[in-house]
Design a protein around this ligand. Sequence first.
Ligand code: DHB
Length: 393
Amino acid sequence: MTETRTRVGIIGAGPAGLLLSHLLAQAGIESIVIDSRTRDEIEHTIRAGILEHGTVRVLSESGASTRVLTDGHRHDGIELRFAGEGHRIDFRGLTGRSVWLYPQHEALKDLIATRLEHGQDLRFGVTASHIDDSDPARPVIVAADADGQRLEIAAEFVVGADGSHSVARAAVTGSQTGGYFREYPFAWFGILCEAPPSAPELIYSNSPNGFALISQRSATVQRMYLQCDPELDPSSMSDRQIWDDLQSRVDGHTLIEGPIFQRDVLRFRSFVAHELRKGRVALVGDAAHTVPPTGAKGMNLAIADVLLLNEALLALLLEGDERALDQYADAALRRIWKAQHFSWWMTSMLHVAPDATDFDRRRQLGELNMVVESEAGRRYLAEAYTGWPTDKA
Ligand code: DHB
């Protein structure tokens, strides 16, 4: 068994854990980051691609990712499509803000490279089993490395940035599942294809056949999603069926087709843990909450948690001041529940529930018309999509 000490023990080398270690290091606070996955797995898992204004600012200004500004693409709006027509939501005109298309795994490549360059103790293939908080002032991460060798990391503070299957959650909420929870009767079928972009901006399309999202990755690779049954086997549809389905759902707009080289099904769920912090252990990112993907809030919300927790940890570890830490959960939850509402709202406004009646369908079109015909409606969507200011979560 190996025993190690550090100031902050971080479980999870996703965007939240890595950015937190980066910000702490800039303030002279050392940390250890562990993750059960390999570096290759982390850098190649396909996730969402939209970064809020504030996320881009922190990634670029802190030096965590310089490529976001050079390789990412600024998007000043989106198209909402329904009843055969497209309606542009002009983010920049309405809020002065934009979002950036930069896939999460690219941000992770930047973060990992930056942390390693700065000598971060970052350990892949190390699986945490639980947090031992029998001494509340000195929590210990109990883990095993790839060879099954037991490892204990004793810290002044432990952060669970370990995703939706978090093992840290039990130390904070008392159980693996303790939280508010909602499931949805549909999922997204996601594809990557070789083709040029079909439109200059993302298209969120509501149609009688269900929702479709036309997103992008590069000049030659595109990401698209279509609402599907959560039990759908991704190999059961032919390329022709997928394209016909996508084309029908963006009624009035023609997509440029190309070979499909990646397929996956994304489950929809909403979750918020009952507690975000207990003593010297706190949760950030998907360990604390999950949102459905519509509106791409997941990673952005994780980054917002990190900004708050970083401030609280600096006050605690540099000045012995616990006040910001005591406010961490309330401050983070304020934004988390706004993002839960936004993700739920975009989801329910754009998808067709399997049991939707004619009334539901017509009401939904009424709602969409209300949003696009009103400047207040468009601004409401634009403010939420581009992200609320991070200084007042
Ligand atoms: C993407 C994913 C989303 O959930 C979204 O709302 C927009 C874009 C994406 O993967 O590109």
